[in-house]
Ligand binder design. Sequence first.
Ligand code: HEM
Length: 353
Amino acid sequence: MESAIDTHLRCPRTLSRRVSGDYAPPFPMFVARGDKALQQVVMAYFGVQYSEEGKRPQALAALGHIVESFGLADGPVRHDLTDHVDNQDHHNLMAVAYWADPAAYCRWLRSDDVRAWWESQERLTEGLGYFREVVAPRVEQFETLYAFTEDFPGIGGVMGQCSDEIEEHGYWGSMRDRIPLSQTDWLEAGSELTVVSGDPAKGGRVIVRGHDNIALIRSGQDWMAAGEDERALYFDEILPSLQDGMDFLRDNGDTLGCYSNRFVRSIDIDGNELDESYNIGHWRSLDALERWAESHPTHLRIFVTFFRVVTGLEKLRLYHEVSVADGKDQMFEYINCHPRTGMMRDAVVPAAV
Ligand code: HEM
């Protein structure tokens, strides 16, 4: 048993953990471990949006182009692909990419090919929407949690190694306790989302400025290798509550500090569904995310089911990763997306001067 916070990231606490020193978790869970040289990562969500089914081949081709660009110099360490329909009946294809080095990401982003494609006039006229939502948390600004120990998805795949059983889990507040910076910092939200360029209502190019400590959760479910019993457990006992919770946050998130909630299905490069899904949630603060997780009946139901079955889980893989990022390490850009997309929905449009 060891702390979820890696040795080199521990420091004298000025803020105490939520539980006492002799707390023992009720079942084993694990976190990803990175190389000590790892300082900051990049989590980038590149989206292609379309409203009519007939546009799907074109949208998949655009997604394919984005994935191809990952092969350029300084491209991401890993990526995966997703699809979901939002509450405006728009399809959103996404390439979700991770870098272990923000400098490499910057060089990639500013490379001639990547820049020229994003800045091209064609992006405005070809009848698709695009977005880039990127955060770059430092290692002390994120945590992971897995009920398994191999082949980690998401940021865990970048970090590459697995911890021993960890102490900080199984109680509300443990997610915060796993984030190294929480040893000394309340991780409070900064100002507010602001449209700094363009007008969401008019479409075209829009840039939204984030703020300190926007929280991002990726919470995943992978039933690829699950047998009949585990599939039944997932589809009959977990998914109905999960779907309700995700629909609730998608449609009512603005009242709770959830800026954007997407429940996405993993796909292959041809758009075929895989047996994997995840939630991508952007929150005004870690605090708002915690309040939802510990109080919403849908998550409480899932939580109780999980506690009942976790020690018997074999192939059903459940995990999450949660980060906060400095405002300066966030980028939210949109081209011709509907105005309720991503951070645009809750961003303040400054009054015209
Ligand atoms: C299959 C789906 C899910 C299952 C089985 C599940 C189960 C759990 C469990 C068992 C914990 C406690 C983990 C521990 O510390 O040992 C937890 C924590 C948490 N879950 Fe979920 N969850 C699911 C989906 C989600 C989703 C979609 C969200 C998105 C908002 C979410 C948000 C959280 C948060 C923020 C925590 C940390 C709470 C804290 O430590 O205070 N979960 N979940």
